[in-house]
Design a protein around this ligand. Structure first.
Ligand SMILES: O=C(O)C(=O)Cc1ccccc1
Length: 321
């Protein structure tokens, strides 16, 4: 399904989890270069990434982390398993939810609730208090949860974004059903593998790292690679690799850019003992936070130390500086 906002072949195509009205669409609306281009609605993250890898789309926006639910495991696993993808940007969208139904439905008639799993995970407090014996059926997106109410779904109600009332003729049963009114979802813009863009001073580097399974202490060794270079981590999450019990990979977000010497050095340190490092990209941070570090982790200090070593090897006389 493609939104026919423009048929011109010269336009770029962006895939997003649809249909229109999702939080993912709101994230795509924040991508300046996507405004006025073709927006292609898909049903899941795997489809969005396949579009990018196959060239059907130039880029895609996908949800990767939520402030209440944590990392979006479907996205993390897809990024680990589909090669050829680079994260080139990130965008934040505040998320809150309403409960809607077919017109005429009342709250006491609701038994089956349709909801995207990530949305459902953020509405437990309200659902447990208000509809303690409800049954949950999963939806492919927050808007699909509501739209299927009109397509023969067995659901009585759906958890959806507040703007759903502008897209479908629904009965609004309850507002603010999310556990946390300040919930935020982080989305990333992905493209096919491209050379890294320049550093901005407010950057993030995302990696997926596997650890050798037959050695003790490798998780600590991996963390030390970052800490000994003064690199802060804002996300570290384990996900099962899936081939055997007890085998995990780690999804990591590090402060800084791969063109920062301390980040590059840390990544090289990880690469030396990890059987598999996936570099997902270095990209500007949505929060615009400037990354600071002690002087001993600055680019100049790394470059000076390297020049000093090269000089020693070349037989140059040592100086005091
Ligand atoms: O983009 C949407 O609306 C989605 O359905 C994915 C999602 C689910 C929960 C929080 C944010 C995005």
């Amino acid at each position: 399904m493609s939104d026919s906002r423009d048929n011109s072949a010269a336009r770029r195509t962006y895939s997003y989890l649809g249909p229109a009205g999702t939080f993912t669409e709101a994230a795509l609306a924040q991508v300046p270069e996507a405004v006025g281009q073709n927006w292609h609605s898909v049903n899941n993250v795997g489809e969005a990434l396949d579009d990018v890898v196959s060239g059907r789309s130039d880029a895609a926006v996908i949800a990767i982390e939520n402030s209440v639910e944590g990392g979006v495991s479907a996205t993390q696993d897809a990024l680990a398993n589909i090669p050829g993808i680079r994260i080139v940007g990130e965008y934040l969208v505040p998320v809150n939810f309403v409960l809607v139904a077919r017109p005429g439905t009342t709250l006491d008639q609701v038994r089956v609730v349709n909801a995207h799993p990530v949305a459902y995970g953020q509405c437990h407090l309200w659902l447990d208090a208000t509809l303690p014996s409800h049954e949950h059926i999963p939806a492919s997106s927050n808007v699909a949860a509501a739209s299927t109410l009109f397509n023969g779904s067995i659901a009585d109600a759906a958890i959806a974004p507040p703007n759903i009332v502008h897209h479908y003729d629904v009965e609004l049963l309850a507002e603010n059903v999310g556990d946390n009114p300040n919930a935020v979802t982080r989305f990333v813009l992905v493209s096919r593998t491209v050379p890294v863009q320049g550093r901005t001073g407010s950057d993030k580097t995302s990696l997926i790292v596997e650890l050798p399974s037959d050695e003790s202490g490798t998780l600590l060794s991996m963390l030390e690679q970052f800490s000994t270079r003064g690199v802060n981590l804002s996300l570290i999450q384990s996900r099962p690799i899936g081939d055997a019990l007890g085998r995990y990979r780690f999804v990591i977000d590090a402060d800084g850019h791969i063109l920062d010497e301390r980040v590059a050095d840390a990544v090289l340190g990880v690469k030396r003992f990890s059987p598999n490092v996936i570099f997902l990209g270095s990209y500007p941070r949505a929060d615009k936070l400037q990354i600071t570090h002690e002087n001993r982790y600055s680019n100049e200090v790394f470059v000076e130390a390297r020049d000093w070593l090269r000089g020693l090897i070349a037989g140059e006389p040592e100086t005091d500086s």
